[in-house]
Write a protein that binds this ligand. Structure first.
Ligand SMILES: [Zn+2]
Length: 374
């Protein structure tokens, strides 16, 4: 070995050394930020799953809640009736649909009585429309029939209403809104896209005025033996919030519902909020793998289980009360506008590359709309 070779060898060893130190620091820094260090404790729960089940049944009794239908108009009355004394704003717009001109699309933005402006305002969200076509039905002849939406529609609304009442009545929380979206579930029918209601809401001044710190979306939260995996877009852009909710569920003992694994990439009503930089997560059953009644004529009350409703309701009741009391200063970050140029380690750290790759890959998915539509 020549002298020059020796010099080169030393240089390579030094570079590898620097690289390893940077790598260790990087992983150490993200370990420090890990939300697993939250110490959650179990509170007494007031969430009533029997009441939620009744709220699902009441929506089903109205029939399929298709945008522009009498049934969806009656669903709005049902929500207003459930939330008496709440301040409810109807956010209207309209869109042609097939031969129908100007089908009204209405989001409901509900503020609890004695609402208090605070530094931390959060949203609990669900869609209340049901799909016009049961195009996933095993029976070909039923694929143009409407979906009743016990799980896909009614369950999210029912759990949101019961949860909101409990937060307000028993825990004195007034720093949140309930938001019910219209026209989530009509993608690919008569030229409509998915998540129309939440897209409109997210680009409106109402969202700018509310300026929420974070948002939680409930979709398909009532099926027996539901599996809530960590949805990929939520995980990529609002990881801290996902981990906090799942940690809370595990503390309470609902680890059989809130599975400690990442699920799939799903294009749901949380996406437009994520695009605005608001940490927003989707709590959604892994419908395609397990929930066979999804977008079929079988999505009826027989598939709803009060234990699932209780698991979701109690978990969120605990998590949201903890966030407003013990973890008041916790700030959730959305990494949608993540800018790696500010990271000193970026140049040499494959860890950062991985994170960056995950974000850009997921952004591409969003743009191409490759996520599954619920
Ligand atoms: Zn759906």
């Amino acid at each position: 070995m020549t002298k020059q070779h020796k010099k080169l060898g030393t240089k390579i060893i030094i570079l590898i050394g620097i690289f390893l130190i940077l790598q260790t620091s990087y992983w150490f820094s993200i370990t420090l930020k890990s939300p697993n260090s939250f110490s959650n404790k179990y509170l007494e729960s007031f969430f009533n799953s029997t009441k939620s089940l009744e709220l699902i049944q009441e929506q089903i009794n109205l029939g399929p809640r298709i945008p522009g239908s009498n049934a969806i108009e009656r669903t709005r009355h049902f929500i207003v009736n459930e939330l008496q004394d709440w301040n409810i704003v109807f956010q209207n717009f309209s869109k042609g649909w097939g031969l129908q001109k100007d089908v009204p699309i209405v989001n409901l933005i509900c503020q609890p009585p004695s609402f208090q402006q605070s530094e931390q305002i959060f949203l609990i969200m669900a869609h209340y429309d049901t799909r016009l076509w049961a195009d996933n039905d095993p029976n070909y002849l039923k694929r143009k029939e409407p979906v009743l939406g016990a799980n896909d529609g009614a369950s999210g609304v029912a759990v949101s209403i019961e949860l909101a009442k409990v937060l307000f009545k028993y825990h004195n929380l007034t720093n949140f809104y309930l938001v019910f979206f219209d026209a989530e579930d009509q993608g690919g029918i008569n030229g409509w896209n998915w998540i129309l209601g939440s897209r409109y809401f997210s680009s409106s001044d109402i969202l700018t005025d509310i300026n929420p710190s974070f948002a939680i979306l409930l979709d398909m939260v009532g099926a027996k033996d539901a599996s809530f995996f960590k949805e990929i877009n939520s995980l990529n852009y609002a990881e801290d919030l996902v981990e906090f909710i799942w940690d809370t569920a595990h503390t309470i003992g609902y680890n059989n519902y809130f599975i400690n694994k990442s699920g799939r990439s799903i294009t749901d009503d949380h996406i437009p909020l994520l695009e605005k930089g608001i940490p927003a997560i989707d709590i959604i059953d892994d419908f395609d793998i397990r929930f066979t009644p999804w977008h079929t004529s079988f999505d009826n009350i027989t598939f709803i289980d009060i234990q699932t409703l209780q698991a979701v309701g109690t978990t969120l009741e605990n998590a949201l009360v903890l966030l407003n009391n013990e973890h008041k200063n916790l700030i959730f970050l959305s990494s949608f506008h993540y800018s790696p140029s500010f990271e000193f380690f970026w140049v040499l750290s494959p860890g950062i590359f991985l994170k960056f790759y995950r974000c850009t890959r997921s952004k591409k998915n969003m743009k191409k709309s490759l996520g599954f539509y619920p």
